[in-house]
Design a binder for this molecule. Sequence first.
Ligand SMILES: Cc1cc2nc3c(=O)[nH]c(=O)nc-3n(C[C@H](O)[C@H](O)[C@H](O)COP(=O)(O)O)c2cc1C
Length: 393
Amino acid sequence: MALRLVTAGESHGPAVVAILEGIPAGLAVDPGAVDEMLQRRQKGYGRGGRMRIERDRVEILAGLRRGRTLGDPLVLLVRNRDATLERLPPVTRPRPGHADLAGMLKMGTGDARDVLERASARSTAATAAAGAVAALLLRECGVEVAGFCRSLGEVEAASIPEDLAVLRRARDGSPFLCPDPAVAAAMKTLVDRAKQEGDTVGGVVEVWADGVPPGLGDFRTAEARLDGRLAAALMRIPAIKGVEIGLGFEAARRPGSRAHDPILPARRGGFPRREGNRAGGIEGGMTNGERVVVRAAMKPLSTLREALPSVDAATGAAARGSRQRSDVCAVPAASVVAEAVVALELAAALLEKTGGDTLPEVRRNLDAYLAAARRVFAPAPRRTSSGRRPRAR
Ligand SMILES: Cc1cc2nc3c(=O)[nH]c(=O)nc-3n(C[C@H](O)[C@H](O)[C@H](O)COP(=O)(O)O)c2cc1C
């Protein structure tokens, strides 16, 4: 069954919900592991009042028995403490940089509240919950995914640990979810200054995935190409405006001789090795067995203290855009959402490769596939015309 995610819920409604279909039976899901992801999404220096109100925790309403998935759709619910939807006033002055104006025109309403409640990034709490389940499935198949904040504005991490476990520890100790402690002070200064000036800050998030089997995704149809699917998944996160895989835009500035990764012979029992990973683990729309490396650029948040010029739908006259409670910087939170959507996309591609209704079946199929793939570059010794193997010399 294909992996499919549907989310629902208004930002100030009772809850946001994820329905995740296609997770095989037999996967142990500890709600604590989902909560870890939800709480990481709430973190990050520069978040505003909303995140001080919310205490995100998952409630798993369906699809689980005795802590293990049944193979049925999972229903993951995250309650909103700020559930004030029915009491909130209309929003008649669309905020530039938000879904408000286009949504009002599309839905034929003078009240942007009918649009912004669903367009709000609050729905990414539901996405993060689903991504945490996908990450548990991937872990059972030897795949680890980690997202982090690479840069805020002009301040970029200079040194990132190569080892994923070390990276995670460094990231989790950072108020910016950035694994380079040397840039924390400069990031704090940047956010503090923006806050003082009533401005906002964007940045770049990055996601790595280790242990990804080769051959996930497909070269045969455009919609199955994994690079396109990962790019779409990242671009669907609110405020993400650009995506790179591997060298990304840097590849366009290099000659071909310095843009690709030579292939080296396999060591005993392994796959051919690569000299580097400029491709970011993806070639021809498929994983190639190297670390998957993707980046996404987040624009500075649209809601400014001094709202930008807009028009009031109630009067038709020029007016400042409405002001809703807002963050100064949500790049760290976006890095968690990016980790979640990459986990979902990789889990979907893995299940397409293996099939399987149960986790043991998925693992069995994966092992059989990997064993066959290893034999491709370790051909059996040639037989002589008599059908015998040549004698060892
Ligand atoms: C985790 C997260 C938190 C966000 N928080 C805010 C916020 O507090 N204020 C804001 O103006 N935009 C915020 N955004 C971005 C808006 O949701 C987004 O810019 C808006 O919905 C319009 O979509 P677009 O930028 O993709 O065109 C956030 C995005 C993410 C991923």
